[in-house]
Write a protein that binds this ligand. Structure first.
Ligand code: GTQ
Ligand code: FE2
Length: 352
């Protein structure tokens, strides 16, 4: 026997009214649901042309200005109010032109940069360490670390920013502080300091502080690992050769809230499908292919991608990859909220 609630019954109406007056509600009453997220593609051509136009039109501002950073944000069509890329993460593309400085601050949102374009002369200063940025490098700016960017070179630099700011905001834990002593913190540690101190071959004096530390992963090391492991044919059925940027101290995820991964699809490779509760934002480093998302196993919407395109795969959607080139590998960088789901006991996966 099923019982329906008749919301037009005057007694039910009266109850609902009285409850609302006291800021109360009934489990049987409807409520707004968060929008369902769909896969989405941001072609690099659109991102890049808007970013270059912003370089002409938007003056990089001081620390208190709206344009204290010059970024173009990837906005999920279902999350336009928050201007958010996924429910948890923000991916944006930042431009720092020759001679420009983005002034020093820190925030509780954790951030990272993945370099797309540049001549290796620009740097981010994280907690006093000069981290030179070459294409493919990954630079971590963990929660509450001071950071400023400077481009002393002749050419512009372009990188991806990823922040967990929507998660910190959801938790009412977003805080921000400007550096009080000028536009930039002094450089007190040379480039490479973090790798000398925390790399896998390191001085015995390294102390394990427990918190996430500033770190920079060089592209030469990442690419060498990808090539070696691809040559050894150590592949994941769902992602090709899939490598995690491990936290050098804990061996765990890149940061507590953001996992960074790099994957390699061999020429012509098609992966098997799977789905998991974490969501992922991808950036193609090189190559071309199709990611099929949604529907049931193997059938869904095809996202066709080429170099530098960015795309989003929501949680719990089946997806698989195909490298459409018969000659060239495809390399894809990605960021995921998987560490959050895992640490809360909410990570779940189904696979073909
Ligand atoms: O470069 O410090 O995309 O604070 C968003 C917030 C970049 C940054 C973003 C930030 C930064
Ligand atoms: Fe920042």
């Amino acid at each position: 026997m099923s019982h329906q609630v008749d919301a037009t019954d005057p007694r039910v109406e009266a109850l609902h009214r009285r409850m609302a007056e006291h800021s109360l509600g009934g489990h049987w009453q409807t409520r707004a649901r968060a929008p369902k997220l769909e896969a989405h593609m941001w072609p690099w051509s659109a991102i890049y042309s808007c970013l270059m136009e912003s370089g002409e039109v938007i003056q990089l501002g001081g620390i208190d200005d709206a344009a204290k950073r010059r970024t173009v944000q990837l906005v999920n069509p279902a999350l336009t109010e928050q201007k958010s890329t996924s429910r948890t993460l923000q991916m944006s593309i930042q431009l720092v032109k020759s001679g420009e400085r983005a002034e020093c601050h820190r925030h509780t949102a954790a951030a990272l940069r993945f370099v797309v374009e540049g001549d290796g002369t620009a740097y981010t200063n994280v907690e006093g360490e000069q981290m030179l940025m070459e294409p493919g490098d990954l630079v971590l700016t963990p929660n509450w670390t001071w950071h400023d960017h400077y481009n002393p070179g002749k050419n512009s630099i372009v990188w991806l920013d990823v922040l967990d700011v929507h998660l910190t905001t959801y938790l009412d834990a977003t805080f921000h502080e400007n550096y009080g002593e000028g536009p930039a913190q002094p450089i007190v540690k040379p480039d490479g300091y973090c790798r000398q101190r925390l790399g896998v071959v390191r001085p015995r004096t390294t102390t394990v502080a427990g918190q996430t530390l500033p770190y920079s992963y060089k592209w030469t090391d990442t690419l060498a690992a990808l090539k070696e492991i691809a040559a050894a044919d150590r592949r994941d059925p769902h992602d090709g050769v899939l490598l995690e940027y491990a936290n050098p101290i804990t061996g765990g995820p890149t940061m507590p809230t953001i996992g960074c991964w790099i994957q390699w699809l061999a020429p012509g490779e098609t992966t098997k499908g799977h789905r998991h509760t974490s969501s992922t934002i991808y950036h193609v480093v090189e190559g071309q292919g199709v990611t099929t998302v949604g529907g049931s196993k193997g059938v869904g919407e095809g996202l066709t991608w080429g170099p530098r395109d960015c795309f989003f795969v929501p949680g719990w959607k089946w997806h698989h990859f195909r490298n459409t080139s018969k000659k060239e590998p495809a390399i894809i960088f990605s960021v995921t909220d998987r560490p959050v789901l895992e640490s809360l006991g909410l990570y779940r996966e189904e696979a073909e």
